[in-house]
Design a protein around this ligand. Structure first.
Ligand code: TMP
Length: 213
């Protein structure tokens, strides 16, 4: 049975999720919490192997439906080996992307039938859903420019074009509107320290932490 807390960071490219996740993990760790910082696709050896298939290569290497299934294969392994055991021992699990990314990238952006995604959520997540989701929001033009500046090998999704990234931003904002109790939109165009403060304020308010965590 789940006992810990599950926080996910979501949003388009270049929003600074990974930096913000690291900072929140440090704060919670300093406050004495047992923290697991992880990411998707990936987070377990099997899921990291699947990640390499997903984030490298040509944009049209996989269809949106195939991508959806690969994301969920990776996600299931990550849940079984890392997230569920972590929550069971009482840890705070912080995850860089999760199921909302599939809704936004493969669903809103790629056109995968929402019914397929809903069915996978129902059967594969096994009830492991976030207590809090922080959506780092920024215009796709800004995010893609930031992401291009740090370019590495993992550019497959970045190369899908502005129209795709505009649709997936709308996807994330739609998720936040539909599930306001779980989701908080954070303005990721603000300076890093301001974003960090907004993340901390949201975590405190929504998860009942004291000033010091
Ligand atoms: P990252 O760049 O945030 O590490 O994420 C890797 C890429 O994978 C990113 O471009 C978004 C994409 N992605 C999906 O398309 N669907 C998903 O379900 C997840 C978790 C990631």
């Amino acid at each position: 049975m789940k006992r810990g807390r599950f926080i996910t960071f979501e949003g388009g490219e270049g929003g600074g999720k990974s930096t913000q996740l690291r900072r929140l993990a440090e704060r919670l760790g300093d406050a004495g919490h047992d923290v697991i910082a992880t990411r998707e696709p990936g987070g377990s050896p099997g899921a990291e192997a699947i990640r390499a298939l997903l984030v490298q290569g040509e944009a049209d290497r996989w269809s949106p439906v195939t991508e959806t299934l690969l994301m969920y294969a990776a996600r299931r392994d990550h849940i079984e080996r890392v997230i569920a055991p972590g929550l069971a021992r009482g840890a705070w699990v912080l995850c860089d992307r999760y199921a909302d990314s599939t809704r936004a990238y493969q669903g809103a952006g790629g056109g995968t039938d929402p019914a397929l995604i809903a069915a996978l959520e129902a059967h594969v997540l096994a009830g492991v859903t976030p207590d809090l989701t922080l959506i780092l929001d920024l215009p796709p033009e800004v995010g893609l420019a930031r992401a291009a500046a740090r370019a590495g090998a993992e550019t497959r999704f970045e190369s899908k074009g502005l129209a795709f990234h505009t649709k997936l931003r709308e996807g994330f904002l739609g998720i936040a509107a539909a599930e306001p109790n779980r989701c908080e939109i954070i303005d990721a165009t603000a300076p890093l320290e301001a974003v960090e403060a907004a993340v901390w304020a949201a975590a405190r308010r929504r998860l009942g932490l004291s000033d010091h965590g």
